[in-house]
Design a protein around this ligand. Structure first.
Ligand SMILES: [Zn+2]
Length: 464
């Protein structure tokens, strides 16, 4: 049974002491909580009322406490928390496959920057983000942390799709599609924060400074100050390439992490994406400051920028989440694929099959992803009191048979396309792989309609 159905109760289950909840998910073949102890239950159940989890445990135990106005039998399914994509630029779905297999500087300066200058506007950001949300939800991602231009349009898209997210307005010290005059970028960010919808607890605002080499010291400082004033996440790309580390060293006489620390940027509400070229001293500094890291393995592999020293970063006690980065450098938003790559990449680099074991990588995509966003009191694991963000995977498939260890399957065998049902904040947003809040065909058609103009804006010799 895959549809919600009105619950039928045995006389015993009509116990008046039962608390009534909106929905009971029962007989879940494997319930993987991703909590601190990585508890998992065979024949598990969840009691969901409103946006929160009220019961988590074995089906017989949960049914002794709760009866649901609706009940769904999930035998044959594996249920886990929704995955958390800690770094992306959602609207860049519009640039998926526009140009590949180029050196980073040519890719950026000859394709991506001209395409952005010609085509990034509120409609493109809205359409691109709706497509991104559609793709992420179907791949089991329920929360994303974004940074781009015209981020108000990304906010609307996330709201329409029913996704949870942190939406960061982008800041650079040169003309951007939504701020031709960089001396006024603070006003731009303040307008974004003022207009941010207060009526939803699914979305939070953020400020996203592009990088230490594209933002001046004063810019980084006012943006971090504003983030602190609003109590919101500050995002930045850090040490993606060896060349930018060299540039910061030349300009400021110190490595990027120490430079940011001198400016007062590094703390527990700063999320650094990439962090590929951290030396041991920087790792120690980041650990002391409790700065957060988004590991973007696939993007770093595709652009050949390097491999972040993740085992060493984890050993230092730094919180690490996983990020896909934008679709132009990945070229998907699938965290199941990302988990598989992360687990294998560090093994081969270290020539050690014990490095980055499956449960550790699964935690990075769930519980630790929530922690790096400062949202782990609400999401990232299936625990009583937390928000009901969860996904159900159909395990009755050849490539998922047999199933000895769910963490192993989730990292090494499950594909995003195995996700059948998705709930965000207690609301079902995907049922039997069908989006319930947005029209998938319309989302695809809208981006296809934009693609012609985007292609024309890129240099023909690159993409012909
Ligand atoms: Zn990025």
């Amino acid at each position: 049974m895959s549809e919600h159905s009105p619950a039928r109760f045995t006389p015993e289950e009509r116990n008046p002491d039962h608390r009534e909840v909106d929905l009971l998910l029962t007989n879940i073949s494997w319930l993987v909580t991703c909590d601190g102890e990585m508890r998992r239950f065979r024949s598990g159940a969840l009691a969901i009322d409103g946006s929160r989890l009220h019961g988590v445990g074995p089906t017989d135990q949960v049914k002794r406490q709760f009866r649901g106005r609706h009940e769904m039998d999930l035998s044959g399914f594996l249920v886990l928390p929704g995955l958390i994509n800690t770094h992306t630029h959602a609207a860049m779905t519009c640039f998926r496959g526009l140009a590949d297999d180029l050196p980073l500087s040519r890719w950026l300066y000859e394709v991506i920057f001209p395409a952005e200058a010609a085509s990034v506007n509120p409609e493109m950001v809205y359409r691109g983000t709706v497509l991104a949300c559609t793709e992420m939800l179907k791949n089991g991602v329920t929360t994303f942390c974004d940074g781009y231009f015209f981020e108000e349009a990304a906010v609307r898209a996330a709201l329409d799709c029913g996704m949870r997210g942190i939406l960061g307005q982008g800041v650079l010290d040169f003309a951007t599609p939504d701020q031709p005059d960089p001396t006024r970028s603070r006003e731009r960010v303040e307008a974004f924060l003022d207009a941010f919808p207060k009526s939803t607890d699914r979305l939070r605002p953020s400020i996203f400074c592009h990088a230490p080499y594209t933002c001046r010291a004063e810019t980084l400082q006012w943006a971090k100050g504003l983030s602190k004033d609003h109590g919101i996440l500050f995002q930045i790309h850090l040490s993606e390439t060896a060349a930018e580390v060299e540039e910061i060293l030349q300009k400021h006489g110190e490595r990027p992490s120490f430079y940011l620390d001198r400016l007062g940027i590094l703390d527990a509400q700063t999320l650094c994406a990439h962090a590929v070229w951290l030396d041991p001293g920087e790792i120690e500094l980041m650990a002391v400051r409790q700065a957060r890291i988004s590991h973007t393995a696939e993007s770093n592999m595709k652009l050949a920028t390097g491999v972040a020293p993740v085992p060493r970063i984890l050993a230092a006690g730094i919180k690490v989440g996983l990020g896909t980065d934008g679709c132009a450098s990945n070229n998907n938003l699938d965290l199941f694929s990302e988990m598989d790559k992360v687990a294998k990449l560090h093994k081969v680099i270290h020539r050690d099959p014990v490095v980055c074991p499956a449960p550790r990588v699964l935690a990075m995509a769930t519980r630790d992803g929530a922690a790096v966003l400062g949202w782990d009191d609400q999401i990232g694991s299936l625990e009583v009191g937390k928000r009901a963000d969860l996904i159900a995977i159909d395990c009755n498939q050849p490539h998922l048979t047999p199933l000895y260890d769910p963490a192993s399957h989730l990292v090494y065998a499950v594909k995003g396309s195995d996700v059948r049902h998705v709930w965000v904040n207690g609301e079902q947003v995907v049922r039997d792989r069908q989006l319930l809040k947005v029209d998938e065909a319309e989302a695809i058609a809208a981006v296809n309609a934009l693609a012609g103009k985007i292609k024309a804006s890129a240099k023909s010799r690159i993409i012909s």
